[in-house]
Design a protein around this ligand. Structure first.
Ligand SMILES: Cc1cc2nc3c(=O)[nH]c(=O)nc-3n(C[C@H](O)[C@H](O)[C@H](O)COP(=O)(O)OP(=O)(O)OC[C@H]3O[C@@H](n4cnc5c(N)ncnc54)[C@H](O)[C@@H]3O)c2cc1C
Length: 426
């Protein structure tokens, strides 16, 4: 099995990264082409890094509403006590040093005729190419009683930051003997194995700190990512702690209503559970700005599989969770890989650089217990209509402890590599 370290990650993550050239000090000249990127996460920050690194003459502006970025990836490890919050929170200084203009504001409007983005603070930025990687918005109204206010009591923690800290604090404050309810979202959603890694991490915390407590999963799906691997791990490590209720013919176990005052969670089948901690993750859709720019068809944004240009709007790219990337799951690894292709396409169109054929990769690691990680992944290419799978792999049930420990080490290398790549850390 290949072990990925930080140095090797960039090499592996996408052939298009080869388009990057050396970086020099650069003063903006008038008339330089302008690239505006909305969303400084896995997709957007990586695009900013690679466009600026590969074509320093381009004027690159990254608009990100948050001053710092907390990764959803490894946020479950924080919940389980395996990582500190600080270790999953990153700054934009590396990108700024590279010459990217980082603007902390909300992009509130896009005029695709005028090719401009308006910020909540009032500024307007013109672009030659616009990149949208805004991640997800949550469809609160798909669960009666759920809302941004209710999420302050029953966190979703599906956008990392204050929500993740809230969920962790609730677990720590909970009395032993409590009931934690985890309601995963329906498909498609950000990070298919994420709810089940989260279940593992919460169960791990309960096992060692609140052993009389239990975790009930109320899932609106019949099956889920890496299911045999998670079920094996739960049996081995958390027997008696986790109870899984998948949906069935009458959709019995889907959460349809919550009450943040009484902490009740109600399923379609009429079961009412009084939760000590309720982690409610509703259905999702592309971030607001992608809809506002006219890039969405339904909840998500169709793209050209060879470039991640919007299929609906000229001179706009949509990548990461907001896009419809067919068989590529909505993951940080996917977004980072797509970003290399987007950056290469922009450089070729605005700076005359060589264009490389699109190649994509993804691997999702999930920590299930101490030194015990499983993974699933694939390589992809651009088909005529969609991103197509060229090869895939998945961990096997019954693997020995040494393999699982090595898989965990790989995930650590990946995390260090992707965050260095996103934020241009040296
Ligand atoms: C619990 C959990 C665990 C996960 N684990 C993994 C994992 O192990 N591996 C993996 O690969 N992926 C994992 N993921 C998925 C991963 O986090 C996402 O797929 C990835 O972050 C998507 O990248 P993105 O660029 O589309 O969105 P994001 O990374 O969310 O970035 C979007 C950014 O845009 C900003 N933004 C949005 N709208 C605006 C606006 N209008 N103006 C300004 N800024 C705006 C947001 O503040 C945000 O910073 C996990 C997700 C969760 C929830």
């Amino acid at each position: 099995m290949t072990k990925i370290n930080r140095r090797e990650f960039t090499k592996l993550a996408g052939a298009a990264a080869a388009a990057s050239t050396s970086v020099g000090t650069f003063a903006y000249a008038q008339g330089n082409k302008r690239v505006v990127i909305v969303g400084g996460g896995a997709g957007g920050a990586t695009v900013a890094h690679h466009v600026k690194k590969g074509a320093p003459e381009l004027d690159v502006t990254l608009i990100e509403v948050q001053p710092k970025y907390t990764t959803c990836f490894f946020s479950n490890l924080y919940l389980g006590g395996f990582r500190s919050f600080q270790s999953i929170t990153h700054e934009y200084t590396g990108l700024e040093k590279l010459g990217v203009k980082v603007v902390h504001d909300l992009a509130s409007d896009v005029d695709t005729q005028k090719r401009s983005v308006t910020l909540k603070g009032g500024d307007e930025l013109n672009y030659d190419k616009l990149v949208l990687s805004p991640g997800i918005d949550l469809k609160y109204d798909t669960i009666e009683g759920y809302s941004p206010d209710a999420a302050l009591v029953m966190p979703h923690a599906w956008q990392a930051g204050a929500q993740t800290q809230l969920l962790r604090r609730q677990l720590v404050d909970m009395k032993d003997g409590g009931t934690v309810v985890l309601a995963p979202p329906p498909n498609p959603f950000r990070c298919p194995p994420g709810p089940y890694e989260r279940a593992s991490m919460i169960a791990h915390y309960l096992k060692y700190h609140k052993p009389a407590s239990k975790l009930i999963i109320l899932d609106p799906k019949r099956k889920f990512s890496k299911q045999p691997l998670f079920e094996e791990a739960w049996q081995a490590h958390y027997d008696g702690i986790i109870e899984v209720k998948l949906t069935n013919d009458i959709d019995e176990n889907r959460v349809v209503r919550v009450d943040a005052n009484t902490m009740e969670v109600e399923t379609k089948g009429g079961e009412r559970i009084k939760a000590s901690v309720a982690n409610i993750v509703p259905a999702q859709k592309a971030g607001m700005i992608a809809h506002q720019a006219g890039c969405a068809k339904g909840d998500w944004c169709p793209i050209d599989p060879a470039s991640f240009e919007s299929a609906l709007v000229n001179d706009v790219y949509v990548l990461g969770d907001a896009s419809i990337a067919a068989k590529m799951p909505k993951s940080g690894f996917s977004a980072n890989s797509q970003a290399k292709v987007v950056a290469n396409d922009i450089q070729s169109k605005l700076a005359g650089k060589k264009r490389f054929p699109a190649r994509y990769r993804n691997t999702c690691w999930s920590l299930v217990a101490t030194n015990d990680s499983v993974k699933v992944g694939a390589s992809y290419t651009a088909g005529d209509k969609a991103v197509d799978v060229t090869s895939k792999f998945i961990s096997k049930p019954g693997e020995d402890a040494a393999v699982r420990a090595q898989t965990f080490q790989e995930s650590l290398g990946w995390y260090a590599g992707i965050t260095a790549d996103m934020f241009a850390k040296v």
